[in-house]
Design a protein around this ligand. Structure first.
Ligand SMILES: NC(=O)c1ccc[n+]([C@@H]2O[C@H](COP(=O)([O-])OP(=O)(O)OC[C@H]3O[C@@H](n4cnc5c(N)ncnc54)[C@H](O)[C@@H]3O)[C@@H](O)[C@H]2O)c1
Length: 497
């Protein structure tokens, strides 16, 4: 079939959306139709966002049993057309055209972070099921609205944290918690010690590319001049549109930690202590390239060490940071993008697709590895749940994804609410000795870049009421301001009642 290259002007699509979805007409008819779906019915998908991730997901969906890509939406119409043409799908500029379409049963959202929740809520209200990329919320409050909307409208909603579909996670849970070969868990150190570079710093704003619909690209975010060199992808490092490395890689790793080490028993951390900064680069990015957080729960604590800098200026290797009291107490091969579960009798070293347990002398006790393609499995898990209408079979149900995202969002809130750096302040309200070692390890790396640790930011320990998802106590007012955002008129996320 020849692809239809329809580039409906956004205004037309908007009118159509208002007359259909917002008026509730499409919602009722579509919801009825989808509820009648059987395990054999094809699930017709609109992929929203055709960048690196959206185009990858479309290629997997093409091979997913029971799925068919029918629309690809992107305000960068060139991107939408390129991906749509591969699957004989229809390219559109405005995602609302996909939401209005009775030919769409579900959406896969791979837009920039600032669009995830609004797109998900609009889709849910239009009677579509939703697979939404991580992080769920660009801010924590809007993620909760997605969870409530999914429950209210009975939709199937999964987060794109694909490691949840890796069978090794269940094996590791069994090993750590049932067999208990390593003894009690003392704490977890999560790492994202991976290299990136500066994003440029222009004297004049980046001319917005003429072929991209600016209004739609910004959507709920403020329309602001951009001083970095490229529009796509590097929106990650601007608070207006992104969530930094914490919401990018951090969410995968902390989601693994919640799943494997806590067995999902801890929804959100109770206490958050954070330091970090954007250092050594003279660029227009805002989010930290060095970020460390202590996340305390009702059981053992987790720390995350994040750095995008090399081991030394001009070198290729990434940082190696230990939270142990001496180097011989720390595994030499602790993963740079992964986590170490520190137990009485040894360590579990976890990363995407594999892991190993080692004893305190460095001997390998057990290796974990699976050869499955986890993205394919994660999408299949979503499609199967859509067909059976059974959200209990989802591997990454949306409330769970909201919580994992929250660990990152709260670490970002603490960074943004922070002030001048004080190591004493970082230690003042916590007894966790390993945190002291980790902060020392992080700050000592900075000296190789001529960066004085005092130029970082830090935030005193924030107390978080996990039930109400608000900060309480000292500094709570300042921190709570970062739990939501100001939405642009026409693109508001509204509280779900
Ligand atoms: N699960 C994973 O392992 C994984 C990996 C990579 C990226 N991601 C996530 O996928 C998302 C996209 O990342 P990326 O690397 O593809 O970024 P990208 O910048 O390459 O692509 C984002 C695309 O979204 C488009 N977009 C913006 N507003 C839109 C709208 N209103 N409707 C439709 N499209 C819109 C942009 O034009 C762009 O083409 C991010 O949220 C990222 O965190 C997840």
């Amino acid at each position: 079939m020849k692809p239809k290259h329809q580039t409906t002007p956004p205004r037309l699509a908007r009118r159509s959306f208002v007359g259909g979805v917002a008026a509730g007409i499409a919602t009722a008819s579509l919801a009825g139709r989808v509820h009648a779906a059987s395990a054999n019915d094809e699930v017709r998908i609109a992929v929203l966002g055709a960048g690196g991730k959206g185009s990858q997901l479309a290629s997997y969906l093409h091979k997913t049993r029971g799925a068919k890509v029918v629309i690809v939406a992107d305000p960068d119409i060139g991107r939408a057309e390129t991906t749509a043409a591969l699957y004989q799908a229809r390219p559109v500029i405005d995602l609302r055209e996909a939401l209005d379409s009775p030919d769409v049963d579900a959406v896969v959202i791979a837009t920039c972070d600032h669009w995830h929740c609004l797109a998900a809520i609009w889709a849910i209200e239009a009677g579509k099921d939703v697979y939404v990329e991580k992080p769920l919320g660009h801010n924590q409050w809007e993620g909760r609205q997605v969870v409530d909307a999914a429950a209210k409208h009975g939709r199937i909603v999964q987060l794109g944290t694909q490691q949840r579909s890796d069978p090794i996670q269940a094996q590791v849970r069994e090993f750590l918690h049932t067999e208990k070969t390593l003894g009690e868990i003392q704490y977890v150190q999560a790492n994202r010690l991976g290299l990136r570079g500066p994003v440029g710093k222009r004297a004049e704003p980046l001319p917005f590319p003429k072929h991209i619909d600016r209004e739609l690209w910004f959507g709920p975010a403020a329309v602001e001049p951009i001083y970095r060199n490229q529009l796509h992808y590097d929106w990650h490092w601007d608070w207006n549109t992104g969530t930094g490395e914490m919401g990018n890689w951090g969410v995968h790793i902390l989601d693994d930690v919640r799943n494997v080490a806590y067995q999902d028993s801890q929804d959100l951390p109770d206490r958050i202590t954070v330091g970090g900064g954007r250092v050594a680069w003279n660029d227009a990015g805002q989010t930290p390239n060095v970020h460390f957080a202590l996340l305390e729960t009702k059981t053992f604590p987790t720390m995350i060490a994040l750095s995008n800098l090399p081991v030394k200026p001009g070198e290729k290797g990434a940082w190696h940071v230990s939270s142990a009291s001496s180097p011989d107490q720390w595994p030499a091969n602790a993963p740079g993008s992964g986590y170490v579960v520190v137990c009485e009798g040894g360590f579990y070293l976890g990363q995407r697709g594999n892991g190993q347990a080692i004893d305190r002398d460095g001997n390998v006790m057990r290796k974990f590895h699976e050869n499955n393609v986890i993205i394919a499995d994660h999408l299949q898990n979503f499609i199967d749940a859509v067909q059976t209408r059974d959200s209990s079979t989802l591997n990454a149900p949306i409330e769970n994804g909201h919580f994992s995202t929250g660990w990152c969002n709260l670490a970002n809130v603490a960074f943004r609410a922070g002030g001048s750096f004080s190591q004493e302040q970082l230690m003042a309200d916590t007894e966790v000795a390993a945190w002291n070692h980790l902060v020392g390890g992080m700050t000592s790396h900075l000296s190789k870049f001529g960066v004085d640790a005092r130029t970082l930011k830090s935030c005193p320990t924030l107390v978080h009421d996990t039930k109400n998802e608000r900060f309480v106590g000292a500094h709570a007012d300042l921190a709570n301001r970062f739990l939501s955002r100001e939405y642009r008129p026409g693109y508001e996320v509204r509280a779900i009642s």
